[in-house]
Design a protein around this ligand. Structure first.
Ligand code: AMP
Length: 305
């Protein structure tokens, strides 16, 4: 099944305790599309400025990514985000956000993009997510990601979007912030009560928790010795997760569980280098090999009495 994603294609400036880069490719839709395209076809809907060159666009080349929806606007600059991380790599501190061309972005989906059975509303202002959703024609799965900024500044609009999606991918701090609950499980129940069917809670280096009304699945993160730059881990996770799920004949409980592990596997590659530098050099075989390591890592037998 094809996935339509609407989000940012951006330039980032990043500083971690291990290095610094002044300008590299980033953006929620960029990480998502590249990760999802390992498994499914992706329609990318985003906007960039004149500064986004063909060389920059080469990150999408040779992958199953339709670029018809990647609009380039003359005389404007691309979305720019600058962030830093301290020794706790789970917490990103935003230094600067420049919307630039993204400020005037009102996506008009083509028929093909509207009819995709899976829709991913990548991190963006909730009103833009809602406007996108209103154009879609009875998708089977609608998923969304968000961030602390929108919980603080556009809470009501975000609640409206939550009520209309099947799947929310969010981190633990955002669950706490949105629900004002210190216990993440209790907070998660509040979000599920809005009508969300599945909640996927990202817990950084501690892994992922998936919750429905009656089921719970927990997976650790792949234990890496060298985490270089966590930027994009969340979007890569979402891409691997939804990309794998969209490629399955049926969205069974087991398919959801495997999707969580594929998402985590892809995210573990992203954090090994800056930007998409690691993601762009791996093959599906590398992904499968690490998935198997993941399985071995978490496997245990029932106890014997
Ligand atoms: P994450 O997967 O959460 O680390 O997302 C990282 C990407 O999100 C970066 O490459 C940024 O370009 C992008 N980003 C940061 N802030 C925003 C925002 N307010 N809206 C949309 N995208 C953003």
């Amino acid at each position: 099944m094809t996935i339509t994603v609407v989000g940012t294609v951006a330039f980032d400036a990043i500083e971690t305790p291990f290095g610094k880069v002044d300008r590299c490719i980033g953006g929620s839709a960029t990480y998502f599309s590249v990760a999802a395209s390992f498994f499914s076809r992706v329609n990318l809907v985003a906007v960039v400025g004149e500064d986004f060159t063909d060389d920059d666009a080469s990150i999408f080349a040779g992958r199953d990514i339709d670029l018809e929806g990647l609009e380039r606007v003359a005389g404007q600059k691309s979305f720019f985000w600058s962030g830093e991380y301290g020794f706790d790599l789970n917490v990103a501190k935003t230094r600067d956000t420049q919307l630039n061309v993204f400020a005037g972005f009102h996506p008009q989906l083509t028929e093909t993009q509207r009819r995709a059975p899976v829709i991913f509303l990548a991190n963006a202002e909730p009103s833009l997510q809602l406007a996108t959703l209103e154009q879609c024609e009875s998708p089977r799965i609608v998923a969304l990601d968000t961030m602390n900024l929108w919980i603080a500044t556009a809470r009501d609009a975000l609640t409206e979007v939550f009520k209309r999606v099947d799947l929310v991918i969010i981190n633990d701090a955002e669950v706490r912030q949105y629900t004002e609950q210190s216990n993440v499980i209790k907070g998660a129940r509040q979000i599920l009560a809005l009508g969300v069917k599945t909640l996927v809670i990202k817990r950084g280096e501690y892994g992922v928790l998936m919750m429905t009304r009656d089921k719970l699945f927990a997976a650790p993160a792949y234990p890496l010795e060298q985490v270089f730059d966590p930027t994009g881990a969340g979007d890569t996770f979402a891409g691997g997760f939804l990309g794998y799920l969209a490629a399955q004949p049926e969205a069974t409980d087991q398919a959801f569980r495997r999707a969580i592990i594929f998402g985590s596997t892809l995210a573990s590659f992203t954090v090994e280098k800056f930007s998409l530098d690691r993601l762009r050099e791996i093959t599906i075989e590398d992904v499968r090999a690490r998935y198997r390591e993941f399985k071995a890592l978490t496997h245990f037998e029932d106890f014997e009495v």
